[in-house]
Design a protein around this ligand. Structure first.
Ligand code: IPD
Ligand code: CA
Ligand code: CA
Length: 259
């Protein structure tokens, strides 16, 4: 299997779908916005974009099944699985805001082997298909070396269903807020890629789904970064919680915010 060739095809597919998202944003009418739960939006654009991705990815690599956010295609256990978020950042999207992205990962027997995250407004294509090499457009990525919370630039998100643990983490973060700059950008897939690009030092979030993190986490690891669940283990794709970092700041985030 030529992963680099497949990655180029996936980038093309992400770009086509991303441009569809970008063009539809201005056309979206208020009565076309639905709620899945409190402050959890969905639109026809999410679903149509997903169908476009499924059709194109099926053609590019027919052996793989799908795990998608909008469930327009049924999940089937196969050796290869596409994990897709057609529109990550729907809350930003429905408010006419940015960023938002298309996120696509390919998993082989439980391991991600390819990741693409595309922001069509900023024209930023994050990708990786080979260990040790991650790209933003054509530029090779590397995480930064910020090792402490002091003067850190830190991303996080607030889950749709905020449980006690999530609330405690936000309280812990608040006790650190004089030391560092916190940012909530609203697209987990992209915010993990910002760590890969050395823009932010870390990103943490509970209540995430596989399609929010699978592609970004692989891109981050290929750029030299680290991902863990809130216990420091490897269950960060299906385990609904993630700390993504440059590696150097990981322990301090775990010690001061997560626990
Ligand atoms: C959401 C975004 C957001 C994060 C949420 C996700 P969606 O994805 O990634 O930043 O805070 O937990 O569910 O709903 O826009 O695809
Ligand atoms: Ca998402
Ligand atoms: Ca989504």
């Amino acid at each position: 299997m030529d992963l680099e060739k497949l990655c180029n095809e996936v980038k093309h597919i992400a770009r086509t779908t991303g441009m569809y998202l970008k063009n539809q944003q201005a056309l979206l009418r208020h009565n076309e916005i639905e709620l899945k739960g409190t402050r959890n939006y969905v639109t026809y654009v999410d679903k149509e974009a997903e169908q476009m991705l499924v059709a194109a990815l099926q053609k590019a690599f027919p052996e793989a099944g799908f795990l998608t956010e909008e469930h327009t295609v049924a999940f089937e256990q196969r050796a290869f699985t596409w994990i897709i978020d057609p529109l990550d950042g729907t809350t930003n999207y429905v408010h006419g805001d940015t960023p938002f992205s298309v996120s696509i990962a390919l998993m082989k027997e439980g391991e991600v082997i390819l990741g693409v995250v595309f922001d069509p407004v900023a024209d930023q294509m994050f990708s990786a298909s080979e260990k040790g090499k991650a790209f933003l457009n054509d530029v090779l990525l590397q995480v930064n070396s910020q090792a402490t919370l002091e003067n850190g630039y830190i991303g996080f998100g607030i889950p749709y269903s905020l449980d006690e643990k999530g609330e405690q983490i936000l309280r812990n973060a608040m006790t650190q807020f004089r030391k560092c700059s916190f940012r909530i950008k609203g697209s987990a897939a992209l915010e993990i890629c910002y760590v890969a690009a050395g823009i932010s030092d870390t990103y943490f979030h509970s209540g995430l789904s596989p399609w929010d993190v699978a592609a970004g986490a692989f891109i981050l690891q290929c750029a030299g970064g680290k991902c863990s669940d809130f216990h420091g283990g490897n269950n960060y794709i299906f385990g609904k919680e993630m700390v993504a970092s440059n590696g150097a700041i990981h322990q301090e985030i775990m010690d001061h915010i997560i626990h």
